[in-house]
Design a protein around this ligand. Structure first.
Ligand code: KG4
Ligand code: ZN
Length: 361
């Protein structure tokens, strides 16, 4: 660790074509995000009500090189200024992963730069080291559109899963509930905005799996409960509106937040780390952040939630994970094989149905 490292990071695992340039200091310390470019595909998928893998793959193939060019231009750097390239090689939608890995391989072949394949979940999980240079070990709650897991993070390649979802991911639940309430996508921000004016206690939605020990999660029953409450309110075929809509959104959000908070309390009791960090798209939710901060506080742990732009999918967290793996001597050729499934903790048993559902699964 005797010189700074500057990496290009490329992310194409789902519906964001993203590239970024990140510089790590010579010793321990946070990274500097020199430029980050995210080209979303929301408008392309909107008419279909969900992510269409073929459309996503084609859009990544068309735009990934533009994202890389834009990131380098914004950083004021050329390929010759880089020390390496990192690319998400899994888990995710295979077409998009292939588009990203192929582009990264091409750039690496043309420049002879080192190329590091990065696990998308590891990229999320290592984010608090990019932003705050925290030491290992720490507890991470990863909550995104495709994943929900508690991880004991013990090194750049050492992740132990303490629990996770047995069905849907919370982001997926936010997206589906938004859809059934007639709100736009992505559902998280839409529900959070509506919930602000609602009464979270009007509907008695379930707090899934709180009756079971451990920190596994489940969200499918909660979604069904929201659906039933919506239908009970429906009159003359009209969807819920006004105060009803706000109360349904608030009730659902409160159930997700309370469940995640209680499971976090249990995870911290099992793995009493000095830092509790959250990452993934759902970590952008302010009610969730506040509840998790309170849980960390009560357990005497420092709470860390990276800025929103680094919580949702982006190239900077991929570049950083690439730097960490390169420095730790963990970069392996087989990590460059694009793969749709790639559990972080190979030793953990598969969760019942966990991560298999939905476009992001
Ligand atoms: O990490 P991410 O960008 O993509 C992956 O799933 O990998 O997460 C996207 C998810 C979406 O499901 C979106 O609805 C959710 O994060 N999300 C939120 C909020 N902002 C984004 N969920 C709840 N509250 C939010 N404010
Ligand atoms: Zn993600």
């Amino acid at each position: 660790m005797d010189r700074p490292l500057t990496f290009l990071g490329l992310e194409t695992s789902c519906d964001d074509t993203a590239a970024a340039v990140v510089r790590a200091p010579p010793g321990p310390g946070p990274g500097a995000v020199l430029a980050t470019v995210v080209l979303g595909q929301g408008a392309l998928h909107a008419p279909f009500g969900g992510i269409v893998p073929e459309i996503a793959a084609r859009a990544h193939a068309e735009k990934a090189d533009l994202a890389v060019e834009a990131a380098l231009a914004r950083a004021g750097l050329g390929l010759a200024d880089l020390d390496g390239i990192a690319v998400t090689s899994g888990p995710g939608l295979i077409g998009g992963l292939l588009a990203g890995v192929m582009l990264a391989r091409g750039i690496a072949a043309a420049t002879a730069l080192p190329l590091v394949g990065v696990n998308h979940l590891a990229a999320h999980a290592l984010t608090p080291r990019l932003t705050d240079a925290i030491a290992f070990p720490y507890l991470m709650l990863l909550v995104s559109g495709g994943h929900a897991q508690f991880l004991a993070v013990e090194g750049p390649g050492a992740f132990r899963r303490l629990g996770g979802t047995i069905d849907d991911a919370p982001g997926e639940a936010f997206d589906k509930v938004a859809k059934l309430l007639g709100l736009g996508q992505p559902g998280g921000p839409a529900i959070e905005a509506r919930a602000a004016a609602g009464d979270g206690r009007r509907f008695a939605f379930p707090r899934p799996l709180l009756d079971r020990p451990g920190c596994d999660l489940s969200f499918s029953g909660l979604m069904t409960a929201v659906l039933r409450a919506r239908d009970a309110l429906a009159r003359g075929g009209e969807g819920p509106a006004g105060g009803d809509l706000a109360d349904l959104a608030a009730g659902f959000q409160a159930a997700v937040v309370e469940t995640l908070a209680e499971k976090s309390r249990r995870a911290l009791a099992r793995f009493p780390a000095p830092v509790f960090a959250v990452a993934g798209g759902v970590a952008a939710n302010r009610a969730l952040r506040a509840a998790l901060a309170a849980v960390a506080d009560a357990a005497g742990a420092r709470f860390l939630a990276p800025p929103q732009a680094l919580c949702t999918d982006n190239g900077a967290i991929v570049a950083w994970a690439g730097i960490e793996r390169q420095r730790a001597g963990l970069a392996r050729a087989e990590d460059l094989l694009a793969r749709p499934r790639w559990p972080l903790d190979g030793a953990a048993l598969p969760l019942l149905g966990g991560g298999r559902r939905g476009a992001k699964g």
